[in-house]
Design a binder for this molecule. Structure first.
Ligand code: PMP
Length: 396
């Protein structure tokens, strides 16, 4: 099937590759409109934690779709209660508020912190965030994000998000004033280039925010639901944040996200937050199926085994090609290169024949890997081998 930009003129432009369209997927593999197969190490930007069209998700969609899709956001439904119970049971949080995207969950976190500030901190509203952070594309979450120069075309930005440096407690301390209500961060900055906050920094930040009466918000839209090698990345540091947001993996590809809060900060009243689709049983039934797959015996052990394999293989590639090593947590990893040829490698890997491969380069000298959490050992080995071949071809 041929396809070009003019066929897609009814859509807002979202891609620099208008001739490429995917028509089906299964596990770690995608197929395009010409029947070419691709090994997928992006997985919809870390969204498809169980790969493409996983059986538990398809089954939940079919069963729930034939039972009850959206009675009304004004009433409870069984799948959303079940998913909320599972999430509170597995975390330090007591209340769950479902959303449709990571950005919307983060908007909810910002609103919750601001309301808590009005009730408890004389109207304090500033939330300290970090350089190179990414929290979404709504106006408030763009303003909260620390992507350089970002969002200025939509000026004025939403006020009250001073930026600190990741892993530098003094830079946080210097920004705290009477109007500060919270500190918000990604345990591993994903879009910023796979930069982990150290466990020590997270622990110091928890201590500092507690001492100063501030909330700690973790944005686990990318790191949550098993991607880091634990169900939630904050658990690696042994801390208990006040608020957490989830997205991406929680729905394994369907629009589902969550705002999770401890009882003491759960100050939303009826009507403060929500929307037509929030917590609808079709999405939360998928969430239940995903949660049960991620917490099945042995699942996280295999995530960690694949993460170790990937890390080892990337280190070997780095040594072979004189690169600068690799970093990450669990199955969110990056290869740091000695040159700015990330885009060339991504393009060559995708366009390779007879099969392509999908990778991502969030910075010119960086490749990011976010495979399905149930990726096989053979698929990790194939990716490493193909990547080596692509680099060999480009660098000769
Ligand atoms: N927070 C983080 C850490 C993210 O990585 C993303 C998406 N890349 C978002 C928020 C926004 O999520 P969504 O695209 O679902 O709005």
């Amino acid at each position: 099937m041929k396809f070009s930009q003019s066929d897609a003129n009814a859509l807002m432009e979202i891609t620099s590759r208008p001739e490429l369209m995917f028509v089906r997927g299964s596990g770690s593999w995608l197929e395009d409109n010409n029947g070419k197969r691709y090994l997928d190490f992006i997985q919809g930007w870390a969204v498809n934690c169980l790969g493409h069209c996983p059986e538990p998700v398809v089954k939940a969609l079919n069963q729930q779709g034939a039972t009850l899709i959206n009675p009304s956001p004004a009433f409870y439904n069984k799948p959303s209660i079940e998913l909320a119970q599972r999430l509170t049971g597995a975390s330090c949080f007591d209340r769950i508020f479902f959303a449709n995207s990571g950005a919307e969950a983060n908007e909810g976190a910002i609103k919750l912190a601001r309301k808590w500030g009005q009730l408890n901190r004389k109207g304090a509203y500033k939330i300290i965030t970090f350089d190179h952070s990414f929290h979404g594309r709504t106006l408030a979450t763009m303003s909260a994000s620390g992507k350089p120069g970002w969002g200025t075309i939509f000026a004025p930005q939403v006020d009250g998000f001073p930026k600190a440096d990741l892993n530098d407690l003094d830079s946080v301390r210097a920004l705290i004033d009477d109007q500060t209500v919270a500190v918000m961060l990604e345990p591993v900055q994903g879009e910023g280039g796979v930069i982990p906050a150290t466990a020590e920094f997270l622990r110091e930040l928890r201590r500092l925010t507690q001492e100063r009466g501030l909330l700690l918000i973790v944005d686990e839209v990318q790191t949550g639901m098993g991607r880091s090698g634990k169900l939630f990345a904050y658990q690696h540091a042994g801390i208990e944040p006040d608020i957490m947001t989830l997205g991406k993996g929680i729905g394994a590809g369907v629009p589902l996200a969550a705002l999770c809060a401890r009882e003491a900060v759960s100050c939303f009243k009826h009507g403060d937050q929500g929307g037509t689709y929030n917590g609808n049983p079709l999405m939360t039934a998928v969430g239940v199926a995903v949660f049960d797959a991620l917490t099945a015996p042995g699942f996280m052990e295999s995530v960690n085994a694949r993460a170790e394999q990937l890390s080892r293989g990337l280190n070997e590639l780095s040594a072979k090609w004189g690169m600068k090593g690799e970093r990450g947590q669990g199955l969110l990893r990056a290869l740091v290169m000695d040159r700015d040829d990330g885009t060339a490698i991504v393009d060559a890997a995708r366009d390779a024949a007879p099969e392509g491969m999908l990778l991502n380069s969030p910075r010119p000298n960086l490749l990011r890997f976010m495979p399905a959490l149930n990726v096989t050992a053979d698929e990790v080995a194939q990716m490493l081998q193909r990547l080596d071949a692509v680099i060999a071809k480009l660098r000769g």
